[in-house]
Design a protein around this ligand. Structure first.
Ligand code: SF4
Length: 454
């Protein structure tokens, strides 16, 4: 079972890192606010995107088949994978058929979810993540801690050390220009040696059978154009019905993710070049089950911009690894329990329920409502603590009976004023561990209100 508070505690031991992580993500959130405010009709775009996603998910069977038919007409080979194992097996079989031993991969959270790297490495394939942040965490043997900025938790000095160890670079004291140049040199050789390229998919257009991949480094294009084999992995929820819908999502995605008006590279892949092969693997891996949960299905609208992470006070100060899930942060906390309720039961509680995630989400997912709903499911199904249940039903009774509520308030107020401090601290020790109890006022709010209202 994942214990988010415990993992967050470890991240919080490095106060300097926490503060800087918090600030860096807040800067991205501010950039997002600025560019979003410059787009006339931003809210209309969000509503449109949300409506298109809801419509697509309600007709997913038709759009997926339409996409498959179009993609086949374009010359792509389409595969279906029910789960992660099937996906990995298909990728390996394709690579094996082409005797491809060196593979370059651009960012794909789906392949992370499927554990593809580990699977292929065990089969003797050299798989290299080519997004710079992804390559950094791959060298560090860590998972990404953010879906857009995978190495945001790493300090420059740590990257310096990592490159020194793995790429034989000089120690530069964290000189980012030097490190980026060395990374480029290293990755360039990997592209030249590659005999297969794997990409993720940001959007798959049913009408045209095209897949669209957005990167800032051009690494997806470098991989696809330097090899004869392109494998694209996509979740079933990546479908959008028409080409004309793409502009809506592209305008929202880059602005929400990094505060850019557009990603540096927005690549449309439709047909393989003569002599090349283009494979598309459409993966379910639990998404259909999620689609069948009315309270939670809209979490499949997600376009993986990461804005909910950048704004979340809990994510910013606990780090992506504390979620121990492929997708961290608020969206991960509503997706992961759908995969394994028991394992991820602490995640919906990793939120202040402030609602900031829902406010920034470009596809208007009601994230904080879903966090709250998952809590109810978890309490109902997993928390069998009788004492806690008794306490909660007692509180529920008090809150729903005004007279009892008022009398209890008076009693608590009086007790806190007259009881010795050590007794009070003993009763509320969890609360007072990190903060002082406030001074009790002379009156309850109701008393004050009744006295002062005009
Ligand atoms: S839930 Fe919304 S804000 Fe969060 S990553 Fe997905 S699209 Fe972006």
């Amino acid at each position: 079972m994942i214990d988010h508070p415990q993992a967050a505690k470890i991240f919080n031991e490095d106060v300097e890192r926490v503060n800087w992580h918090d600030k860096s993500l807040w800067v991205v959130r501010q950039k997002r606010d600025k560019v979003a405010s410059e787009v006339k009709g931003w809210e209309t775009l969000r509503s449109l995107a949300s409506g298109i996603k809801a419509h697509t998910l309600s007709n997913l069977d038709e759009y997926l088949i339409q996409f498959e038919n179009q993609a086949i007409k374009n010359g792509a080979k389409v595969h279906w994978a029910e789960n992660a194992e099937e996906h990995n097996k298909i990728v390996f079989e394709i690579l094996n058929e082409h005797n491809a031993k060196n593979v370059v991969k651009s960012k794909s959270m789906l392949t992370e979810e499927c554990g593809l790297n580990h699977y292929l490495e065990k089969k003797g394939i050299d798989i290299v993540d080519t997004d710079l942040g992804e390559r950094i965490v791959q060298l560090a043997k860590e998972p990404p801690s953010h879906i857009v900025m995978p190495a945001i938790h790493k300090k420059r000095e740590e990257i310096d050390e990592l490159f020194h160890q793995h790429l034989n670079t000089e120690l530069s004291g964290g000189d980012e220009v030097y490190l980026t140049r060395e990374a480029r040199k290293h990755l360039r050789q990997k592209f030249l040696d590659a005999d297969g390229a794997i990409t993720g998919v940001n959007f798959a257009v049913a009408e045209t059978g095209t897949i669209v991949v957005c990167t800032n480094e051009g690494n997806a294009d470098m991989g696809v154009h330097s090899t004869k084999l392109h494998i694209a992995s996509m979740g079933i929820e990546k479908i959008i019905p028409k080409q004309e819908h793409l502009g809506i999502f592209l305008r929202l995605l880059a602005r929400s993710a990094t505060g850019q008006p557009i990603t540096a590279y927005t690549s449309h892949y439709r047909s393989p070049k003569p002599g090349n092969e283009f494979h598309i693997i459409i993966v379910d891996n639990g998404r259909s089950n999620h689609l069948g949960r009315p309270d939670f299905r809209s979490s499949l609208h997600c376009i993986r911009c990461g804005a909910c992470m950048n704004t979340c006070p809990v994510y910013r100060r606990s780090g992506g690894h504390s979620y121990n899930a492929t997708i961290p942060g608020p969206i991960g906390s509503i997706l992961s329990p759908g995969f394994d309720l028991n394992k991820y039961s602490s995640l919906p509680f990793a939120s202040s329920l402030c609602g900031s995630c829902s406010d920034v989400c470009p596809v208007k997912i009601d994230i904080h409502d879903q966090l709250y709903k998952w809590r109810q499911v978890i309490i109902e199904n997993l928390h069998k603590d009788k004492l806690k249940r008794f306490a909660m039903s007692t509180v529920g009774f008090i809150f729903s009976h005004p007279l009892v509520f008022r009398l209890s308030g008076k009693l608590v107020n009086l007790s806190l004023r007259i009881l010795p401090q050590n007794i009070i601290n003993g009763v509320v020790k969890e609360w007072t561990r990190g903060r002082k109890l406030p001074q009790m006022p002379q009156y309850t709010f109701t008393e004050w209100y009744n006295k002062n209202r005009k």
